[in-house]
Design a protein around this ligand. Structure first.
Ligand SMILES: [Fe+2]
Ligand SMILES: [Fe+2]
Length: 370
């Protein structure tokens, strides 16, 4: 079946072509890799996994309750608009919300795959090229996983959100080699990681939990890569160059914040223009959405600070967005936790499967004895 049959709003049938700028770089120095970059590369190779085998695709998912979370996570919950809706329309709201969210994850993963391939081409050092090659494979596996989840379990998809598309466009069409890092590794990945994290922690359903936890285990390496590469490079920027990067970050963060509003999900439902505006008002105002939006910056803000883009101007922009306090988040601790959660899920599944197998064997023996 074609994905186009799943799109609730028609997606463009042709490919989306972004004109490439800048050079593909070769280096003839094969021997001066940085130790920490090479050990990240080693880890990237060691930790590859296969979603066909690691994820338990037999688990059923209710498309009308994908994450198994209470309705108060819906922006319009408890409002007059929600009260006017019948149960059938509320079901649609739940389905479309989840389909939109996972669709943006999917398109973001394809973007990440293309950006990391771009980094392989353009970054000057071989150790970074090696590492980015493992990330390209990671992102391919993530896109594969989300695509399967949407197709087999949700059954509905959304085209890429225009703000995410705009950010990918400016990230990929820039000729400076560090821009894909900044746009993709820091902004888009940082935001996706935080969104995955919120969902991983609140979902009560085993399949999305596995997917989110396993994907996050890889993403922790990706963010580490961006920090490592940019921290080294940004130490030696001129004032003008630094200012350009900061402008890019500020603009990108506003785009990212706006992309979270998802007007298209409300437009796809059977609502009047006035009701769509009403819903959007709640998206902007509801306490849950405010909290969610500020949590989404929990990975970006400390990372931006860490790579040395931390002028008063940038801090002011974060203060205006209400996310400045996220600078205090401990990225190392968060990422260590991401790895541990995935390992813990593996361990629990393994113990459970062992127990089931043991039970089966005991039953078989008992049957034979009968
Ligand atoms: Fe990814
Ligand atoms: Fe990633």
């Amino acid at each position: 079946m074609s994905t186009h049959e799943l799109y609730t709003i028609p997606a463009e049938l042709s490919t989306w072509d972004v004109e490439m700028a800048g050079s593909a770089r070769f280096t003839w120095e094969y021997d001066d890799g940085r130790d920490r970059m090479l050990s990240l590369y080693q880890k990237g190779k060691d930790k590859q996994w296969d979603s066909v085998k690691r994820i338990d695709w037999d688990i059923e998912v209710d498309p009308y309750n994908v994450l198994g979370v209470p309705d108060n996570t819906i922006a319009i919950y408890g409002t007059p608009l929600w009260e006017r809706m019948g149960e059938k329309q509320r079901q649609e709201v739940r389905l479309h919300g989840a389909a939109w969210q996972f669709s943006q994850f999917l398109h973001g993963e394809q973007g990440a795959m293309i950006c990391s391939a771009r980094i392989v081409e353009s970054v000057p050092d071989l150790d970074s090229k090696f590492y980015a090659a493992t990330q390209t494979m990671d992102e391919a596996r993530h896109a594969e996983t989300y695509a399967r989840f949407l197709k087999e379990k949700v059954g509905l998809a959304y085209p890429i959100n225009e703000h995410l598309k705009a950010l990918l466009d400016s990230t990929l069409s820039d000729s400076r080699w560090d821009m894909p890092y900044l746009g993709m590794q820091v902004l888009i990945e940082g935001l996706a990681l935080a969104a995955f994290g919120v969902m991983r922690d609140i979902t009560t359903k085993p399949l999305p939990k596995q997917i989110l936890a396993y994907v996050m285990q890889d993403e922790a390496r990706h963010v580490a890569f961006g920090r490592m590469a940019l921290r080294d490079y940004y130490k030696n920027l001129s004032e003008t160059e630094r200012r350009e990067r900061e402008d890019f970050v500020i603009e990108g963060c506003y785009l990212m914040r706006d992309r979270l509003r998802g007007r298209e999900t409300w437009e796809a439902l059977d609502l009047s223009k006035q009701e769509v505006d009403e819903a959007m008002g709640h998206v902007d105002e509801s306490d849950y959405m405010r909290l969610f939006r500020s949590l989404l910056f929990s990975r970006i803000v400390p990372c931006v600070k860490d790579i040395g883009l931390w002028s008063p101007r940038l801090q002011q922009a974060y203060a205006d967005m209400g996310v400045l306090e996220m600078a205090g988040q401990n990225l190392e601790a968060l990422m260590k936790q991401d790895e541990e959660i995935a390992d813990k899920i593996d361990a629990e599944r393994f113990t459970r499967e062992e127990a089931e197998r043991h039970e089966e064997v005991t039953e078989t023996i008992a049957m034979a004895a009968d």
